[in-house]
Design a protein around this ligand. Structure first.
Ligand code: GDP
Ligand code: MG
Length: 183
C-alpha cells in the first residue's frame, strides 16, 4: 500500500485532464476560496494494484485576472508545494516548446521527483528523428525519465504508474499528505 500525492503539470492542451481521467475512476472537484484566489483544483484517487494515491490535475487551478503564464507558474508552484511526485506532461509529438521550457524552469527549483510523460504517442508517425528519443536526450541528462504514453489508447500508462508508485515508496511516510484532507 503506498500513499501520497501525484501532481500532473504542464502547459494547456498536452492532455493533463485526459491522463487524470484515465488514472482516476471518480472525479472530485474541490473549490477553495483564498484571499482573491479561486482554486478549482481537481483531486482524485487513483487505485492501482494494491496501491492508492491522490492525483491533482493542476490545469484545474484557475486564478482570475492574472496573465496566462502567471497562472501556469502558479499551477507548477502548487504542485511543488503539495505533491510528493510530479508528472510533467508534454506533447510527445512536438517535443519541448518555449512554454514547456518555462514550466520546466520552475520545476527545476524543486527537490521532489519529476518524471516526464510524453503524451499522444498514438498520433506519432516517425519521419526523421523519433520525437520521444529527442525528449529522452533532452531530459535524461538532467536525471528526468521520459515515459511515452497515450491517454487515448492507454498505452504506456502501466509503466508510468510503476514509476510513480516506486517514487512514492521512497517518500518518507511522515512527509506524506494524507488523502483524508482531500476526500
Ligand atoms: P489539458 O489542457 O492538458 O488538460 O489537455 P486535455 O486533456 O484537455 O486534452 C487536450 C486535447 O488533446 C483534447 O482534444 C484531447 O482529446 C487530446 N488528447 C489528450 N490526450 C491525447 C492522446 O493521448 N492522444 C491524442 N491523439 N490526443 C489526446
Ligand atoms: Mg485540462
Amino acid at each position: 500500500m503506498s500513499r501520497g500525492v501525484v501532481a500532473i503539470v504542464g502547459r494547456p492542451n498536452v492532455g493533463k485532464s485526459s491522463i487524470f481521467n484515465r488514472l482516476v475512476a471518480e472525479k472530485n472537484a474541490i473549490t477553495d476560496d483564498q484571499s482573491g484566489i479561486t482554486r478549482d483544483r481537481l483531486y482524485g484517487k487513483c487505485e492501482w494494484l494494491d496501491q492508492e494515491f491522490s492525483v491533482i490535475d493542476t490545469g484545474g487551478i484557475e486564478i482570475k485576472d492574472v496573465p496566462f503564464m502567471d497562472e501556469i507558474i502558479a499551477q507548477a508552484q502548487l504542485a511543488m508545494d503539495e505533491a510528493d511526485v510530479i508528472v510533467f506532461v508534454v506533447d510527445g509529438r512536438v517535443g519541448v516548446t518555449n512554454q514547456d521550457q518555462d514550466v520546466m524552469n520552475i520545476l527545476h527549483r524543486t527537490k521532489k521527483p519529476v518524471i516526464v510523460a510524453a503524451n499522444k504517442i498514438d498520433a506519432i508517425w516517425v519521419d526523421e528523428e523519433d520525437p520521444v528519443e529527442k525528449l529522452r536526450k533532452e531530459f535524461e541528462p538532467q536525471g528526468i525519465k521520459v515515459y511515452p504514453i497515450s491517454a487515448v489508447s492507454g498505452e504506456g500508462l502501466n509503466e508510468l504508474l510503476w514509476a510513480v508508485s516506486n517514487l512514492l515508496k521512497e517518500v518518507p511516510q511522515e512527509k506524506i499528505v494524507f488523502e483524508q484532507e482531500f476526500f
